[in-house]
Design a binder for this molecule. Structure first.
Ligand code: SAH
Length: 394
């Protein structure tokens, strides 16, 4: 096994149990390693610190599997880590009963580059690092054993893989897929397209925030922007919304949303209106139509994938939030999100405050929102916190 020797002083982040070793911290590799092989990380004086997966192509040159250097990284280690992650979900009362739940959330679950989402009998895996790719078989075997699932589908088609020098991999890796896959989330049935949907098929991270939206929606006129397959919209209908207008630019997502409405005969479909449009445009159209709402959800895609895009993204966030505030009735609530890693909570709150100030209205934060607990944030990995939201009342 090769040794990865850090430059003097560069051991500090590893000592704080941060799992990433950047190219700039690496002094040299002693011995040979191929992509994904385990290397022993040592400080400049030769003291062992961690065992990590070697990623020669990535700026993140190694990702730590364990800080216990006595531990060998093998099939059994990976399976144990998978089982422990699954067990943490089973032990949480909000998660144990869910059809749709994230079982492994990468670094925060001690499995860098590994995402696994369960949708009923199907588990979808996404492997984005060289180390994760190398241990595919153990990860899949671990998931099958820990969940008893009937199928594992791989969706390793995220762009992040390119940074590791890997191409996209998608397809069934275990078992058999059911003809149609649906989950029940907070009493609402939703279709999940694991092969063609966004991410692994569904945005599980917003589960609790969708529930809150439903609770706040009773008797209200609701606007759901960037609705995807209608998650927030259907929760609002279930919560007794008076009307729900939903907007997305994706025809296929709206087609799924229509099927989701049909899957839930308990909901009053006549209260829902769906518009295929660009949200930036649609918000201006609604303004000229003189429409007003009591509850508005803004859940846009990642405008800033990294801090380098923060400026442009900040303008886009400000724009939609400004337009959102303008469409609120007095007492109305804006539920606004950013899933950009490059925009922190503090900056996001400033942007939203700036939007309210420009519109000339007073607003207050009722709820600070984040991803559901199956998307935990490793204490040592604060940059894992990507989703942030504010529920602001005017
Ligand atoms: N709120 C959703 C997830 C939203 S994902 C849920 O809970 O499931 C972001 C969505 O924004 C995607 O469906 C994408 O199609 C849509 N989108 C991206 N840019 C857009 C734009 N400019 N106008 C309208 N929709 C857009």
């Amino acid at each position: 096994m090769a040794d990865l020797i850090l430059k003097p002083g560069k051991e500090r982040s590893v000592m704080r149990r941060h799992p990433w070793i950047f190219a700039g911290s690496v002094d040299r590799l002693e011995g040979r390693a191929r992509a994904g092989d385990t290397v022993l990380v040592k400080d400049a004086g030769g003291k062992p610190l961690a065992r990590a997966a070697w990623s020669p192509e990535s700026q993140i040159r190694a990702r730590v599997w364990t800080f216990d250097c006595e531990q060998s990284i093998d099939h059994a280690f990976i399976k144990r880590a998978v089982a422990a992650s699954v067990a943490r979900r089973a032990a949480h009362p909000w998660l144990a009963t869910q059809d749709g739940v994230r079982l492994i959330h990468g670094e925060s679950d001690g499995l860098p580059g590994v995402i696994a989402d369960r949708y009923g009998p199907v588990v979808v895996v996404q492997l984005t690092s060289a180390g994760a790719d190398k241990w595919r078989e153990a990860i899949v075997a671990g998931l099958v054993q820990a969940t008893g699932c009937s199928a594992v589908y791989e969706r390793s088609d995220s762009d992040v893989r390119k940074l590791e020098g890997f191409g996209p991999v998608s397809g069934l890796v275990f078992g058999e897929m059911p003809e149609q896959l649906t989950i029940v989330e907070n009493g609402v049935r939703m279709e999940v397209d694991v092969a063609g949907g966004h991410k692994t098929g569904f945005y599980l991270d917003q589960r609790d925030n969708r529930l809150l939206t439903g609770q706040l929606a009773a008797g209200r006129d609701v606007l759901n922007c960037f609705c995807y397959t209608g998650g927030f919209s259907l929760q609002a209908l279930a919560g007794g919304a008076k009307s729900v207008i939903s907007i997305d630019s994706s025809g296929p997502a709206l087609a799924t949303a229509a099927r989701n409405v049909a899957l839930n005969p308990q909901l009053d479909a006549a209260r829902a209106e769906w518009r295929e449009d660009d949200v930036f445009q649609a918000l201006r159209t609604l303004k000229t139509e003189g429409r007003k709402f009591d509850l508005i959800v803004l859940d846009p895609p990642k405008f800033a994938p990294s801090a380098a895009h923060a400026d442009r993204a900040a303008r886009a966030y400000k724009d939609i939030n400004l337009l959102g505030f303008r469409l609120l009735n007095p007492g109305g609530i804006l539920m606004t999100y950013s899933c950009s890693g490059g925009i922190g909570l503090e900056l996001f709150q400033k942007i939203v405050a700036g939007a309210a100030a420009d519109v000339g209205i007073e607003a207050r934060i009722l709820h600070r929102l984040s991803a559901s607990p199956d998307h935990p944030i490793g204490l040592a990995v604060p940059e894992g916190e990507y989703l942030k939201g504010l529920a602001c009342q005017v």
